[in-house]
Design a protein around this ligand. Structure first.
Ligand SMILES: [Zn+2]
Length: 394
């Protein structure tokens, strides 16, 4: 069985400019490497559109072996846009190595980790052959950085229809803030975005009794939101937070009371809440703070709530312990088990099996000059190999 070099494969992947929802041949590169190792590969395109949230997206599910348990590496080959090219000191899709550092869009998030998955599996299979008492699979989506409608969630549905199960899953997002070994993520906070529109009655600022100022009402409502404490944190989670992201009136005139006022806010919430419980709470707070319907009819409001992910936690068990041991064996440090940060596709996988996230160092993800030291990626591949050795003991 040919060994797979983590860095060469990462470079081959970075050289395919797979900005969501475009694949640009990235999954072909990955599939060729996996087929060389004997994986059965299934390409799973979903979605009908050219752009937008239903844009057609390609996905790959690959499995070696048919026995249980089925250990899954999960991740994505899509990347975020480069932003202003002038800001980059390198071509973001050239995958140059300079002074021991691999540069390029996806080096950190997360083509480097996807390459480390494959090289870890190659080394493991070379030593152990195919009779290792289980299966190794990869679930790789091209729709993680976008709306995530036609990616991991649909692949999981497809697996369910085939009666195929995952027994444990390691997601390769760049979980380490500063250095390899910092952090394993065992859950994530949920995210809720609220769009609030307050309706008033337009009028002259000199005749406010003939109008109803929605800006005043909105200010009261937002004040009530920012004064509230959602919770004090829970065993594995930080306190929930609420941030107002924009307030929009768009009124160019200083002598006009506008007819509507809008605001958007985002709540990152822990396991004490759900999207539904928070929506109920928001309505209670707003009903109180908006005040009575005015004589001129103002004071109604609309609240549009989107929950992009509920909070979840994989209670630390044998699988998380195996990942933590493999990390410590390589880095000499016991990683923190954390639920911090944004959402990831682990939110979908946690409905199916125990899931943990561990990947490279995230400090340059989504930034200009995204990079990952060569030594970090090689160590990451050894950690993934260590996880396989612990999940499938000889
Ligand atoms: Zn990512």
């Amino acid at each position: 069985m040919p060994p797979i070099d983590t860095i060469s494969l990462a470079q081959d992947l970075i050289r395919k400019p797979s900005v969501t929802p475009t694949d640009a041949g990235a999954l072909d590169v990955l599939q060729a490497a996996l087929e060389g190792l004997g994986f059965a590969c299934h390409r799973l395109p979903f979605g009908e559109g050219e752009t937008g949230s239903d844009a057609r997206v390609d996905n790959l599910y690959a499995r070696l072996g048919t026995a249980a348990p089925n250990f899954c590496f999960a991740g994505h080959t899509d990347v975020v846009p480069t932003g202003e090219l002038a800001g980059w000191s390198v071509d973001p899709f050239a995958a140059e190595v300079k002074d021991g550092i691999l540069y390029g869009r996806g080096a950190s998030d997360m083509k480097g980790a996807v390459a480390a998955f494959v090289s870890a599996a190659a080394g493991f299979l070379d030593d152990r052959g195919e009779g290792f008492g289980g299966s190794i699979s990869l679930l790789i989506t091209g729709d993680e950085e976008g709306d995530a409608l036609n990616g991991t969630r649909k692949v999981l549905d497809w697996l369910g229809e085939r009666g195929e199960t995952l027994d444990m899953c390691l997601v390769g997002e760049p979980t380490n803030p500063e250095a390899l070994g910092d952090m394993i993520k065992i859950g994530r906070r949920g995210s809720l975005t609220g769009h609030l529109t307050v309706h008033g009655v337009q009028g002259h600022t000199a005749y406010p009794h003939l109008a109803d100022n929605p800006v005043h009402r909105l200010v009261h409502m937002l004040d009530a939101l920012t004064r509230a404490t959602l919770d004090e944190g829970t065993e594995h989670f930080q306190p929930s937070t609420l941030q107002i992201s924009t307030v929009d009136v768009g009124n160019p005139a200083n002598n006009v009371i506008p007819a509507t006022a809008r605001a958007t806010f985002n709540i990152r919430f822990n396991d004490r809440h759900s999207g539904d419980s928070l929506t109920g709470w928001l309505r209670t707070v707003f009903d109180e703070a908006v005040g009575p319907i005015g004589q001129t009819g103002g004071g109604r409001y609309d609240l549009d709530v989107r929950v992009s992910g509920e909070s979840f936690l994989s209670e630390p068990g044998p699988f998380v312990a195996a990942v933590a041991e493999a990390v410590e064996a390589e880095t000499g440090r016991a990683p923190e088990l954390s639920t911090s940060g944004g959402t990831s596709d682990a939110r979908f996988i946690q409905n199916h099996c125990p899931v943990a996230e561990f990947g490279g160092v995230g400090k340059t993800m989504h930034k200009i000059d995204e990079q990952q030291p060569v030594a970090t990626l090689e160590a990451l591949a050894r950690i993934y190999r260590g996880v396989l050795d612990r999940v499938f003991p000889a």
